[in-house]
Design a protein around this ligand. Structure first.
Ligand code: GDP
Ligand code: MN
Length: 382
């Protein structure tokens, strides 16, 4: 679960990490009011689950409440990377001398928390990571002990941080580690970690991602769950209890078993197609479940063909065929559906689909290619 910047800052602040004072606003008037309350210069920041706001003009400095309202008016209601901006964070502007980068994530290679630090923080960190990876210092942390003070000091020195603020950053690093562990986070990132003209270090931005599987033990974080701006189709699938992940292609994928679905995604990709989603209907591919799956997949308007790939084990091929037929006969579907089946009673199932609007194919590669071909035809026709 990704948190918005203002939510992440609330949590960071609870753990003692300094953040600038700020207020949320959902309208230009509220932004002006917030600016008035904060006094002086403010920064108006779009709250959206996507990075790169600064470069997109979604982080704007305002000298007075009127200007804050103007910026909010320009930002609110805009779409950015597929998200609608409904809120801005109005925050006391910082006069800074430096922008650092400090982050914690789970490193899959070492299977440990990894802290990363760089003196080249700010909006170009991705470029820094790509072109001069040596500018990002790393510290792999032993979870049995957490980071030792000397390790953090060493990291800070290697990152090239100003020694006069090292003490403050050690303290922030320790707190960031505590937040990370205690909330079961997958990512906790501060970029920029600003050094102000007064020599104070503050978290001017915050990116925070909490492991959904651990949410059950974080009642306090559940309030953010409702506000989490999930992909709308994923949210709907979630409500219906369907395992679904939205991808960016145009071929809808439905299968039973996560392994089979992933294999199907690979097959489509290998043959030059682009999967629109991952959708696992699990063991029993009953009519109702197939209908739910089709409905979810069809919510994605990019879908130009659907590939259903079922392995009949406990679920028999003829049952699946009946399920798909039942579901599709009561739905108005214009997208071509290729059905591939194997296993128990697969032949019977495929036979049942002959002469219907469904396209039965026995061989998986062939089924993938057929779906890709049909998607292309639709694309060309559109
Ligand atoms: P991001 O682009 O989505 O990562 O958004 P950030 O919150 O990191 O802001 C982007 C950039 O805006 C920062 O790197 C700063 O250069 C600038 N910025 C953000 N907050 C302030 C602020 O309070 N004062 C000033 N002067 N600049 C800011
Ligand atoms: Mn940032």
């Amino acid at each position: 679960m990704k948190l918005y910047e203002f939510q992440a800052k609330q949590i960071f602040s609870r753990f003692g990490i300094p953040v600038p004072p700020g207020k949320m606003a959902e309208s230009p008037e509220a932004a002006a009011e917030a600016a008035l309350e904060l006094g002086g210069r403010v920064v108006v920041k779009a709250q959206v689950h996507a990075g790169g706001r600064g470069k997109a003009g979604l982080i704007k400095l305002a000298d007075n409440p009127e200007q804050a309202a103007e910026h909010a008016r320009a930002i609110l209601g805009r779409a950015f990377k597929g998200f609608l901006i409904q809120r801005v964070l109005v925050e006391q502007a910082q006069q800074f001398t430096r922008e650092y980068y400090l982050a914690l994530l789970v490193d899959r290679a070492s299977k440990r928390p990894l802290m990363m630090a760089s003196a080249k923080g700010g909006v170009d960190i991705e470029e820094v990571a790509a072109t001069e990876p040596e500018a990002i210092a790393r510290l792999t942390i032993d979870p049995a002990f957490g980071p030792f003070g000397f390790e953090l000091r060493d990291l800070i020195a290697r990152a090239g941080f100003d020694p006069t603020v090292a003490r403050q950053i050690v303290a922030i690093g320790e707190k960031l580690y505590r937040v990370f562990v205690e909330t079961d986070a997958a990512l906790a990132e501060i970029n920029p970690l600003m050094v102000t003209q007064q020599g104070q270090v503050v978290a001017a931005d915050a990116k925070f991602d909490v492991d959904d599987n651990a949410l059950f033990r974080h009642q306090d974080l559940l309030v953010y769950k409702e506000e989490a701006e999930e992909d709308p189709i994923e949210a709907e699938a979630h409500r219906r209890g369907v395992t679904y992940v939205h991808l960016n292609g145009d071929i809808g994928i439905i299968g039973n078993g996560a392994g089979l679905v992933m294999g199907t995604l690979d097959m489509v990709t290998r043959n030059g197609g682009r999967p629109a989603n991952f959708l696992d209907v699990g063991g029993g591919a009953k009519a109702d479940l197939v209908r739910q799956a089709l409905e979810i997949v069809l919510l994605d308007k990019n879908v130009k063909a659907i590939l259903i790939n079922i392995f009949g084990g406990i679920t028999r091929g003829d049952e699946v065929a009946r399920g798909v037929l039942d579901a599709t006969s009561s739905m108005d579907i214009s997208v071509p559906i290729v059905v591939r089946m194997a296993g128990t009673r697969a032949d019977e199932g495929l036979k049942m689909l002959e002469g219907t609007s469904l396209i039965p194919v026995g061989d998986p590669e062939q089924a993938a290619r057929r779906a890709i071909e049909l998607a292309r035809q639709r694309e060309a026709a559109a």
